[in-house]
Ligand binder design. Structure first.
Ligand code: PLP
Length: 404
């Protein structure tokens, strides 16, 4: 299995003391920590290579351009896309979804058309579609969930009609941990000739993603959730869709020629990358993908699943604990409440013990409304977490519970 102690040495932040206690970082769903190699790569870019890309004839610019385009190939390989021009760099999952909502919406959606999403979606996979609803009069259809926090696949199958134009669902829930049957979701949609966008924000760092095997039409994720820097993300889109969609933003990079009479847009992927790209971000993201690949996603998935089961078993013994999300197929995310203790109080007191968890609605207010709650406490694990940390966490939750 994994040599966690060795891995932890790559993450200096994990040595921090918080209020005199060893930091236990269980907020990996929000963002992951960065290994030294990623931080060093960013430094190296700024120290030795910095220049604007795609524009300069000078050496530095050409080096930086090559590094950025190599990074695109690394992402292509990581998710097994057919072409590197199917990889669009964005600011993150949110921007990727907004891009598709705008550009796919412009090209293919009209009043009365339907987009299917689900009850468990993150706001970033709800609000862009609602904006389209306001702009174009489309309708949203919402896949319900069962008591374990799994999608109701029978209901999903029955949602299709001649007005259904797109399905947009998350791969792994950031609240419930549910791993959705995305392969099946895509297969069903394709029998109706409907394309599918998968929000991979919570999946990409935890399970192997192969966009061709999935046959996903769009797959989106954020660099910062896979040990890469903040501010860079990915939109994978099948060439046929991306070519048929208009640009999302106008400006430099995304044009072939401009005159006051007519502008001709650039080809893929540049058509969707207006302005100076975050080349340091893309290169550091590629480093993060290399780092994760060296550990191996199969190893990561197996180890994190072990952490999940270990934590669930320990936490279940706490009097009055309620879990939100008990799917059969579940990632290393645990949402819970203990009796009537407010999630915020629990989070604040755990923080005083050096433990970083997330509290609140997790940008999934409709899901909270479904459960009739305001929020939960959420612990989400990474391959650098340990069973010893989980032991300390369980004792801390018990201690806080006994204080109330
Ligand atoms: N989708 C899911 C499932 C998420 O968990 C998140 C972030 O928590 C997002 C989308 C948004 O990601 P970002 O804020 O990096 O754009």
């Amino acid at each position: 299995m994994l040599d966690t102690q060795k891995i932890r040495m790559d993450f200096p932040i994990l040595n921090r003391k918080i209020y005199g206690k060893d930091l236990i970082y269980f907020d990996n769903g929000a963002t992951t920590q960065k290994p030294l190699c990623v931080i060093e790569k960013m430094n190296e870019c700024y120290l030795n290579q910095n220049s604007n890309i795609h524009r300069g004839v000078h050496h530095l610019s050409q080096e930086a351009t090559m590094a950025h385009e190599e990074a695109r190939k690394s992402v292509q390989k990581f998710i097994n896309a057919a072409h590197d021009h199917e990889i669009i760099f964005t600011r993150g999952t949110t921007e990727s979804i907004n891009l598709v909502a705008f550009a796919f919406g412009e090209a293919f959606l009209k009043e009365g058309d339907e987009v299917i999403i689900s009850t468990m979606e993150h706001h970033s996979n709800i609000v862009p579609w609602q904006m389209l609803q306001d702009r174009k009069g489309i309708k949203l259809r919402i896949i319900p969930i069962n008591e374990k926090g799994e999608l109701d696949m029978e209901a999903y199958k029955n949602m299709f009609n001649e007005r259904t134009k797109l399905v947009s669902v998350m791969h792994v829930s950031n609240v419930l941990g549910t791993i959705n049957p995305v392969e099946e979701i895509i297969r069903i949609a394709h029998t109706h000739d409907v394309p599918v966008l998968i929000d991979g924000a919570q999946a990409i760092a935890h399970t192997k993603v192969d966009v061709q095997a999935l046959d996903a039409d769009f797959y989106v994720f954020s660099g910062h959730k896979i040990y890469g820097p903040n501010g860079i993300g990915v939109l994978y889109g099948k060439e046929k869709w991306l070519n048929a969609m208009p640009p999302y933003q106008g400006g430099g990079e995304m044009i072939a020629t401009v005159s006051f009479d007519k502008t001709v847009y650039n080809e893929l992927p540049f058509k969707f990358e207006a302005g100076t790209p975050d080349y340091v971000g893309s290169v550091a993201l590629a480093k993060a993908l290399e780092y994760v690949s060296a550990i191996g996603l199969e190893n990561i998935e197996a180890y994190e699943t072990e952490l999940l089961h270990y934590a669930m078993e320990g936490l279940s013994k706490i009097d009055g604990i309620r879990f939100y999300g008990t799917a059969d197929h579940k990632g290393a995310v645990i949402s819970f409440l203990v009796r009537d203790i407010h999630h915020y109080d629990m989070g604040m007191l755990l923080d005083k013990l050096g433990i970083a968890v997330r509290t609140g609605h997790h940008c999934a207010q409709p899901l909270m409304q479904h459960y009739g709650i305001e929020g939960t406490v959420r612990a989400s694990f990474s391959f650098y977490n340990t069973k010893e940390e989980i032991d300390t966490f369980i004792k801390a939750v018990e201690r806080v519970s006994n204080m109330f």
